[in-house]
Design a binder for this molecule. Structure first.
Ligand code: NAI
Ligand code: MG
Length: 502
């Protein structure tokens, strides 16, 4: 099997990890090959070369993983104290931190993102999530509630609530932030005492598997986390439908989100969904224009535009439109594209050939529908799945490129003339994940924040996230919240206990 050339500067631990002939899956604390013996390849998107061969989970492996998770829940994991869970989570955080160099490289090799983004974004955020949720197990508590019973006057009762784990949590995650998404689900799920089955995206299974090794090193009991790489329609669908799974946390396309809801109906699973977006990034003429120009660029092109929160609809107040769009297009034209491991690279490839084709077809539709191309608009020839950062103007709100999530480096820029106009256009979307607003006028900023229908509004900043801040969408961007204290609510269920004191 031809394995992609591993550059000499790649961390020795990573060289060793990547030299495995087959990457097995983690079930019940053991590294095993799939029951069917099937495998699939994962690629380095910067070169198109094979980076590893992975055991492919199917329905039988899902069965084994669910049994292992249930066994852990009914066994050792339920007996571990909250303080012990904190310790384990902190140990995992320490291990991820001390291995962050190699994990950042692995993320870049498998996903394509630049090493700067892996090192300064994905890894510190993942460690931050682990530490934030490590603090929670000893603080998850119920309340005593004064109760009255009208049909039993004068009677006394003690009533209290308890927050209990939901049980077996299936985390079905995408490929755009593979390690970060894995940790974002594992950390709160474990803090609350659940057992987890993690299905990484088929494009990017490697960092989750390396994380699995660190979880065992941290002393996590067997079966508490099971990691089963595989494809959506087989492994993903089997997990979403399995009656032994109590909750599904899903991030990905809106279309598959709907499938997950349908599949959950059988045993009425808890479901949280983090789906697509077509987010507005709105720049008023009175903004700090230099900051806004950077925010426009980074908002739409970060991670090659493969962000659920990409600011892909850029609205600029008409008097500054030409100036700002000029800066954006010039920067787009001069971006240095290349393999993410090269420290000089400013933008990496898209994750897969499939994603590149999807993005190119949107670019074609923009051209056909009559939008004006200001920068990019094509693939980069040669190896790897590169697309030039693309800027379109002269957009009609009804065009496909103004309505649908592209999930690639494509910006639609549009002028506007008033607050009312931009608000109604910004909200004219099936999605409502995030929005950006750039203005020095405090009143206007807060009026916008109040009226925009989105789960997060960034004022004079963009793409800021933290473990303590809730994350999730309005409208068809999904429901439920990840991160923050609200994740603690969504990874637990509340029990009401009555005690007769009469
Ligand atoms: P997808 O929604 O098909 O895949 C996401 C995850 O769901 C993967 O782990 C996949 O294996 C799994 N999956 C796929 N079909 C499934 C099914 N029937 N049941 C259970 N799990 C299933 O996303 P895909 O195909 O990778 O990308 C398509 C588009 O989705 C992108 O162009 C983008 O617009 C959107 N997307 C949004 C993301 C976000 O962060 N909100 C992340 C990834 C994709
Ligand atoms: Mg898909």
């Amino acid at each position: 099997m031809p394995i992609a050339t591993i550059a000499p500067e790649v961390h020795p631990n990573l060289q060793k990890f990547l030299s495995k002939k087959i990457h097995p899956m983690l079930i019940g604390g053991r590294w095993v090959e799939s029951a069917s013996g099937k495998t699939f390849k994962t690629f380095n998107p910067a070169t198109g070369e094979v980076l590893g061969v992975i055991s492919e989970a199917g329905a039988q492996d899902v069965e084994l993983a669910v049994s292992a998770a249930q066994k852990a829940l009914n066994g050792s994991w339920s007996k571990i104290s909250p303080a012990e869970r904190e310790k384990i989570l902190n140990k995992i955080a320490d291990l991820v931190e001390s291995h962050s160099e190699e994990l950042a490289q692995l993320e870049t090799l498998n996903n394509g993102k630049t090493i700067r983004e892996s090192k300064n974004g994905d890894l510190p955020l993942a460690i931050g999530l682990l530490r934030y949720f490590a603090g929670w197990p000893t603080k998850i508590h119920g309340e005593t509630i004064p109760v009255s019973v009208p049909y039993y006057p004068g009677a006394k009762f003690l009533h209290y609530t308890v927050r209990e784990p939901i049980g077996v949590v299936a985390a079905i995650i995408p490929w755009n932030f593979p390690l970060l998404m894995a940790v974002e689900r594992l950390a709160p799920a474990l803090a609350c005492g659940n057992a987890v089955i993690l299905k990484p995206a088929e494009q990017t299974p490697l960092s989750a598997l390396r994380l699995g090794e660190l979880l065992l090193e941290a002393g996590l009991p067997e079966g508490v986390v099971n990691i089963i790489p595989g494809f959506g329609p087989s492994a993903g669908a089997a997990l979403a439908a399995h009656s032994g799974v109590d909750k599904v946390t899903f991030t990905g396309s809106t279309e598959v989100g709907r499938e997950v809801i349908k599949a959950s109906a059988g045993n009425l699973k808890r479901v949280t969904l983090e789906l697509g977006g077509k987010s507005p990034n709105i720049v008023f003429a009175d903004a700090d224009l230099e900051a806004a120009a950077k925010g426009m660029f980074m908002g739409v092109f970060y991670n090659q535009g493969q962000c659920c929160s990409a600011g892909s609809r850029i609205f600029v107040e008409r008097s500054k439109f030409d100036e700002l769009v000029g800066i954006l297009s010039e920067r787009a034209k001069t971006v240095r594209q290349g393999p993410g491991l090269d420290p000089k690279t400013q933008m990496g490839p898209l994750v897969s050939e499939e994603q590149r084709q999807r993005v190119l077809s949107y670019i074609d539709s923009g051209k056909k529908e009559g939008a004006k191309l200001l920068a990019g608009g094509e693939a980069v020839s040669g190896a790897g799945y590169f697309v030039r950062p693309t800027v379109f103007s002269e957009i009609k709100d009804t065009m496909k490129i103004a309505q649908e999530e592209i999930f690639g480096p494509v910006a639609a820029v549009m002028p506007f003339d008033s607050v009312e106009e931009v608000l109604s256009r910004a909200n004219d979307s099936a999605y409502g994940l995030v929005a950006g607003v750039w203005t020095k006028d405090v009143k206007k900023a807060h009026q916008m924040a109040q009226n925009i229908k989105a789960g997060t509004v960034w004022i004079n900043c963009y793409h800021f996230v933290d473990a303590a801040a809730p994350w999730g969408g309005f409208k068809q961007s999904g429901y439920g919240r990840e991160k923050s204290q609200y994740a603690i609510e969504s990874y637990t269920q509340l029990k009401s206990v009555w005690v007769d004191l009469n």
